[in-house]
Design a protein around this ligand. Structure first.
Ligand code: HEC
Ligand code: HEC
Ligand code: HEC
Ligand code: HEC
Ligand code: HEC
Ligand code: HEC
Ligand code: HEC
Ligand code: HEC
Length: 425
């Protein structure tokens, strides 16, 4: 972008550029002493080169130690004044649903605020998405003042670098661990191994080695979506009758279908509102075909299709195990061996309470539902995510093998619960 345009846009947006040099000298003079790391960061940024200054983003209201609260914190709209294209793409993408999806979970509202608005735990990764004024007010009311910007999750402040965001490590903080170990899977796959070998100079600079951004932000597109998404469910449901039945069982445990009638619940609307799943065959297919085109840059199209179809087939097989396990636990509710926790809408497992599954307000027997939750959230996820990220160990030992172990465990626990029910045991 040309500086001229920036100045025009900035002026139009009411950002004060007049008397800039004087004001800036003051911000930087103080902050070079106070927060030298921030000034150093800014000084190596493209913003510094282009006269985008502290006050372009933080305003000019705060001028000293007595009015610190007047310093503005720039949300994504401030970035959009000069980076409209990336803002527009971002606002259509999945990242824009991070905050809303977190807040749509019942569990969020029974956990400590430090883990949410405070920006560690869930909120440390789900601070992705343009917040509404209402959401911001809610955050302020709880005493939290930071976490106003998503763009700095990949282009960290105050360098705001493009190169940094192109490094797969930009994704690592969030796409790792328990239920979405994409970092671990990719970095120990052949794709990742080649990327690191190339970085070390052990492969020529021109060698092919795909990283997260090549597959998920091709051409620098900030609108990110995949076909299956995170939960691995879609509408319309699969044609295969058994798979369809199994996905229905999973949707009941997600609370979006009424376990008694099979009718959609209010939660389905919440799920739709945060774009949790592709809702038409066409939307799913569009994302899948985009991915095939990416793989086909380095593999034959036939190979790429076969690889992704295997991922789908593994999801189908994982869903069979999953549904069997859900039905065992649901049977315990049905027979009154597990009691419906007060917070639950139905006497049926509810995955959206996470590890609070059958939490403190429940009868005994909560442990079995935690094993069930782990089977879903940790092991089912790994089983198919590993196929898409080409990781043999995650596919078997951390995924499928663990699912079969969970199912065995659940069967034994259920047997014990039934045997000891009514014995005071
Ligand atoms: C006279 C010294 C002084 C000047 C001039 C000054 N600041 Fe500050 N600024 C401070 C102090 C002191 C703090 C509080 C630091 C702390 O919390 O440790 C602060 C904090 C901030 C914060 C963080 C607020 C927060 O809640 O964490 C921002 C952003 C900021 N300044 C930006 C600016 C900008 C932009 C300018 C120029 C328009 C500027 N400052 C000029 C002294 C100054
Ligand atoms: C391109 C926009 C931009 C520019 C330019 C910029 N900042 Fe920031 N700054 C941000 C963003 C974004 C945040 C994070 C806001 C949040 O968490 O809500 C931030 C946060 C801060 C904070 C508080 C959080 C912390 O880590 O301490 C301080 C202090 C601060 N900036 C100082 C400065 C100073 C001093 C300058 C100039 C040398 C500057 N900023 C230039 C965007 C900018
Ligand atoms: C007043 C205008 C202005 C604002 C506001 C602004 N930028 Fe920039 N930004 C620029 C200019 C100018 C460049 C340099 C463009 C170039 O090199 O082509 C730039 C470059 C960038 C780059 C590319 C850096 C690189 O390494 O090539 C990123 C990323 C970026 N800005 C992010 C942000 C974010 C995030 C915000 C909001 C927190 C923001 N910008 C706010 C004007 C702005
Ligand atoms: C380490 C970072 C991290 C933490 C901590 C985290 N999440 Fe997530 N969450 C993610 C990522 C990354 C995704 C997307 C994963 C994928 O698509 O494979 C995600 C996905 C989700 C989704 C599904 C969104 C969708 O549309 O597919 C929900 C809902 C969610 N998280 C809620 C929570 C809640 C509630 C917590 C805390 C109890 C939490 N997350 C903790 C990073 C995190
Ligand atoms: C070689 C291409 C490729 C690379 C590299 C890659 N992915 Fe993926 N990713 C895929 C495919 C294929 C899917 C599944 C698409 C579908 O649903 O059809 C996927 C799915 C995802 C999902 C949705 C949930 C899931 O895991 O199925 C997330 C989130 C994700 N990838 C993040 C990442 C991150 C972060 C990295 C880097 C650490 C990365 N990916 C590296 C191809 C890739
Ligand atoms: C998920 C990580 C991520 C987030 C969040 C993100 N970006 Fe980026 N951004 C990237 C990547 C990766 C690139 C490099 C794309 C390329 O060149 O292939 C990039 C490039 C850019 C560039 C440089 C464009 C160019 O080609 O010179 C700007 C400007 C930018 N982003 C602004 C933003 C703004 C504004 C936001 C918030 C609305 C944002 N980004 C959020 C990852 C991110
Ligand atoms: C600050 C944490 C954070 C960072 C950094 C981050 N993501 Fe995400 N990502 C998330 C969250 C949270 C979600 C789920 C959003 C939602 O609720 O819909 C997500 C979703 C995704 C999805 C969508 C999967 C689907 O449901 O279809 C893809 C693809 C993805 N991220 C890729 C990336 C890539 C590539 C990078 C690095 C360039 C990156 N992310 C960096 C937190 C992050
Ligand atoms: C930028 C180039 C590139 C892209 C894009 C790419 N790959 Fe690869 N892939 C490679 C290279 C290079 C290897 C290692 C050599 C080999 O085994 O063919 C590899 C290996 C593989 C392997 C074999 C791993 C092993 O252990 O034998 C699979 C499976 C695979 N890729 C699937 C995919 C899928 C699916 C996609 C799209 C989602 C994809 N690749 C995208 C370059 C790429």
């Amino acid at each position: 972008m040309k500086l001229r345009r920036v100045l025009v846009v900035a002026a139009a947006a009411g950002l004060a550029f007049s008397g800039l040099a004087g004001a800036e000298e003051t911000c930087v003079t103080c902050h070079r002493e106070l927060t030298p790391g921030q000034v150093a960061d800014w000084e190596v940024s493209k913003h510094f080169e282009n006269d985008v200054t502290c006050s372009s983003c933080h305003g000019e209201e705060h001028t000293g130690k007595d009015d610190v609260a007047k310093a503005a914190f720039p949300d994504e709209h401030v970035c959009a004044e000069c980076h409209e294209e990336q803002f527009e793409q971002f606002s259509k993408g999945k990242h824009n649903f991070g905050w809303a999806a977190m807040n749509a979970m019942p569990v969020t509202h029974v956990e400590p605020d430090e883990l949410m608005e405070g920006g560690r735990g869930c909120g440390g990764c789900h601070n992705m998405g343009i917040k509404t004024e209402e959401q911001k007010a809610e955050q302020r009311a709880k005493g939290y003042r930071y976490q106003n910007n998503s763009c700095d999750e990949c282009h960290t402040r105050h360098t705001f670098s493009k190169k940094e965001a192109l490094n797969p490590r930009a994704c690592q903080q969030c796409h790792m661990g328990y239920d979405h170990p994409q970092w671990e899977m990719w970095s120990s796959s052949k794709h990742g191994a080649r990327w690191f070998a190339r970085k070390d100079g052990d492969l020529p600079a021109g060698a092919a080695a795909p990283k997260c951004q090549d597959c998920h932000m091709p051409g620098g597109d900030h609108n990110n979506h995949t076909a299956w998404g995170f939960l691995g469910v879609r509408l319309p449901l699969p044609e295969d009758p058994q798979w369809k039945a199994d996905q229905i069982t999973i949707l009941k445990a997600l609370g979006v279908l009424n376990p008694e009638t099979g009718e959609p619940t209010a939660r389905l609307e919440a799920v739709k509102a945060v774009d949790l799943a592709r809702l038409t065959e066409e939307a799913w297919q569009t994302e899948r075909e985009k991915m095939i085109r990416t793989c086909s840059q380095c593999h034959s199209e036939t190979y790429a299709r076969e690889q992704l179809a295997m991922g789908d087939a593994m999801m189908q097989k994982a869903d069979r195990l999953m549904a069997e396990a859900i039905e065992i636990v649901a049977g315990l509710y049905k027979d009154g061996i597990l009691k419906k926790p007060e917070s639950y809408a139905f006497a049926y497992p509810d995955f959206l309470y996470f590890m609070r599954t059958s939490g403190s307000d429940s009868a005994t027997g909560s442990y079995i539902e935690q094993v069930l939750f782990q089977m879903y959230m940790k092991h089912r996820m790994r089983t198919y995510q590993a196929f898409f990220h080409v990781n043999p160990d995650y596919a078997y030992w951390y995924g499928w093998a663990m699912m079969t172990k969970d199912l065995g465990h659940i069967k034994e626990l259920a047997q014990t619960l039934r045997a000891t029910h009514g014995n005071g045991g």
